[in-house]
Design a protein around this ligand. Structure first.
Ligand code: OOG
Ligand code: MG
Length: 256
């Protein structure tokens, strides 16, 4: 099979909601570079005037997330406009085995490029910060994968819900932001921004370091999700999931 074939397999799994065997079962020598190429091919195939490329997500940037899926290095994925949730409703039947996690997201006003930038370089380019719920849905059976598998599957990217309110990057110390993830009114998980590589800003620095190897960077207007602060919670029809960021507000997703 070619990389193009694997890209089609992953895209078909998403479209048909039929989980597939992870790629490394049939191709154990799949490299990280090949996996990013599969990701790129499968996402670029979906791009249309109505489904634009809008930015990047980082994944597996907290120990909680790494332990949940048994993969211990950060990865990135591609975000497109159809991933944006317009309302706070999610229809479970449209996904294979959806999970929800709480994050912090940045929108950029300036281009950024290059490895090992400093936090000040990045802050200078940030327009605003949003609270975010990310819905992830691995296209692999049992939500089980190795590092190259999850990269090829666009880091399980599925849907994004951003806060209506945009925060100034300087509104607070984002490593101190606290979030409680609640399922049906019950506190399930708790985490702090510092869980994301010490500070969510380091997730952007890591993203840029990885993108530089591809000769890419962040362009003005792009969104970057910095990665789950806590691990993710599996949801099903009837669930209400709430991320409570204390004084900053709450994000709620009603699962139908
Ligand atoms: C991989 C995606 C991870 C995050 O925020 O860590 C991710 C997965 O857990 O399926 O989105
Ligand atoms: Mg995530």
């Amino acid at each position: 099979m070619t990389l193009f074939n694997y890209a089609s397999q992953v895209a078909t799994a998403q479209a048909t909601k039929q989980a597939i065997e992870k790629i490394t079962v049939s191709k154990p020598d799949l490299t990280v570079e090949q996996a990013y190429e599969i990701q790129k091919i499968s996402i670029e195939q979906t791009l249309t005037a109505a489904n634009r490329f809008i930015g990047w997500k980082m994944g597996l940037t907290s120990v909680a997330k790494q332990q949940q899926v048994g993969v211990d290095s950060p990865i990135y994925g591609r975000l497109t406009s159809s991933m944006n949730l317009i309302t706070n409703e999610l229809t479970a039947a449209e996904y294979i085995h959806p999970r929800v996690e709480a994050e912090v997201a940045f929108v950029f006003k300036k281009a950024l490029f290059g490895a090992n930038l400093t936090p000040l370089d990045v802050w200078d380019a940030v327009e605003s910060v949003y609270l975010a719920l990310e819905v992830i849905d691995s296209r692999y059976q049992n939500f089980s994968f190795t590092l190259p598998d999850v990269i090829a599957d666009n880091a399980s990217s599925t849907k994004i819900l951003l806060s209506a309110q945009a925060f100034s990057p300087y509104a607070l110390d984002w490593s101190a932001v606290e979030v409680t993830l609640k399922l049906n009114g019950e506190d399930k998980l708790f985490g702090q921004g510092a869980a994301v590589l010490g500070h969510p800003i380091y997730s952007v620095i890591e993203l840029l370091t990885m993108l530089e190897r591809e000769g890419r960077g962040i362009t003005p207007g792009q969104l970057v999700l910095t990665g789950g602060i806590t691990d993710a919670i599996a949801v099903e029809a009837g669930d209400v999931i709430e991320a409570d960021y204390g004084a900053l507000g709450k994000l709620t997703l009603n699962v139908k």
